[in-house]
Design a protein around this ligand. Structure first.
Ligand code: ZN
Length: 426
């Protein structure tokens, strides 16, 4: 037996014990860390719950009427499962998420700008208004139609959801200003002047042919004046840059971008430049951040081409509801094929941070575009919106600031537009 040998063994033994202890220590530490982590998450969730209990949360762009009209048997009063049917909004999920009010969109893809085409658009618009009115009437204990900020708050106090109405694409106005009064009387409170193609009112950021009016047309000018007089918010989402600058010059009331994001973070024409955001803010307006994936994070060229092709197919006049369902599925599948291109709640809050940095806390809101292409990991449907609030808390936003982002700023624009209408009618 030699001492050195013993010593070696002893050293080995200590080394072995240290190794064991290290592992034991790590094994003890890991659950502690996880526990602390989940404790922190729980604390944040509790804080988010508290904020949502007090806040009046409003989303400015909800495409659920598409599902109401196109999915056979779709019932807004019943809870659906996003993983099964891909739908993102219904009353039970709004309640669950703490989403107090949404602007339901009377949306239609641009069609023929002839007398017949315009008549068809009007007929379709009236059908969508009717579907929204009926959905609310069917569930009087869950929701009410609201048209002013004050009505919104009153309905909220009763513990019910508010349904505002916006119109995406001014095509159903046709060439007749009197249609604005008709839609206003049905509850309409904003109009996105154009969608993805130019129309008789405005140039679109998406028209492959480029500018037609170099901004807003003469008829469009008259529309904006009448919208100001009635108290309908001018929505600048989807418009070409020059149309946006025309609106800034023409509108006597603040405007908003119901569902647009920041071009500085995702360089697509559908988003707003810093200059546009700052100018709109200087006139009291708000940009409501859109949750459509490529507006939040510019995709690789390969994905961009797939998205563009699929969207163009969905916008074809002869696209059937089945076609659209298939296309939506394919769009959703893209995120599994290219996970690197998919934004999450952090990406959303990056856009909010950016607006706050360049224009201030009073000029950012939320317009998720759910059921119209919204695709954010962690906020897959309206029941998950608190994850956005949690991310805002993590970045140091106060409850007061979060209430502004989640609806306060939007309601301020609505109130300002209401006041301008009163002033213009005096
Ligand atoms: Zn849109």
């Amino acid at each position: 037996m030699n001492i050195s040998g013993k010593g070696e063994n002893f050293n080995k033994l200590t080394a072995h014990l240290t190794y064991q202890m290290k592992h034991l220590f790590l094994l003890l530490l890991l659950p502690m860390a996880l526990f602390a982590q989940s404790k922190k998450e729980q604390r944040l969730l509790k804080k988010a719950d508290k904020i949502h209990a007090r806040a009046y949360t409003v989303d400015t762009h909800a495409d659920v009427p598409i599902n109401m009209l196109e999915i056979e048997g779709f019932d807004i009063g019943i809870k659906h499962d996003y993983r099964k049917d891909g739908t993102q909004i219904d009353f039970p999920r709004m309640k669950e998420g703490g989403m107090d009010a949404m602007f339901f969109a009377v949306y239609m893809a641009q069609g023929k700008r002839t007398t017949e085409g315009n008549a068809e658009a009007k007929e379709k618009a009236l059908k969508i208004f009717k579907a929204i009115h009926e959905a609310v009437k069917k569930y009087p204990d869950m929701a009410e139609l609201v048209t002013t900020a004050r009505e919104g708050y009153a309905v909220h106090k009763k513990g019910k959801l508010g349904v505002f109405i916006g119109m995406e694409n001014g095509w159903p106005i046709g060439q007749e200003l009197s249609n604005l009064q008709l839609y206003y009387d049905l509850g309409l409170r904003y109009i996105t002047l154009a969608h993805s193609f130019n129309n008789d009112i405005s140039d679109s950021s998406g028209d492959p042919e480029g500018a037609e009016h170099n901004g807003i047309s003469k008829f469009g000018e008259a529309c904006i004046a009448e919208m100001n007089r009635l108290g309908i918010i001018v929505d600048v989402s989807h418009l070409s840059d020059s149309a946006f600058y025309d609106v800034m010059r023409l509108s006597k009331a603040p405007v908003f971008a119901s569902h647009s994001s920041c071009r500085a973070l995702s360089d697509v024409k559908r988003n707003m430049t810093d200059d546009m955001i700052k100018l709109m803010a200087s006139k009291g307006g708000v940009i409501q951040i859109n949750f459509v994936a490529d507006f939040l994070k510019k995709p690789s060229e390969e994905v961009a081409v797939s998205i563009r092709t699929l969207r163009m197919q969905a916008m074809r006049a002869d696209a059937t509801p089945e076609d659209k369902k298939r296309i939506n599925n394919e769009l959703r599948q893209l995120k599994y094929k290219y996970p690197g291109d998919v934004p999450n709640v952090k990406t959303v809050v990056d856009h909010i941070d950016h607006v706050v940095k360049i224009a201030g806390i009073d000029h950012v809101g939320i317009g998720m575009d759910m059921d119209g292409g919204s695709d954010v990991m962690g906020c897959e449907d309206v029941s998950k919106i608190k994850n956005v609030t949690i991310e805002l808390l993590k970045r140091g936003y106060t409850a007061r600031q979060i209430r502004k982002i989640w609806g306060g700023n939007t309601m301020r624009v609505l109130e300002a537009v209401e006041k301008t209408a009163i002033r213009l009618n005096k």
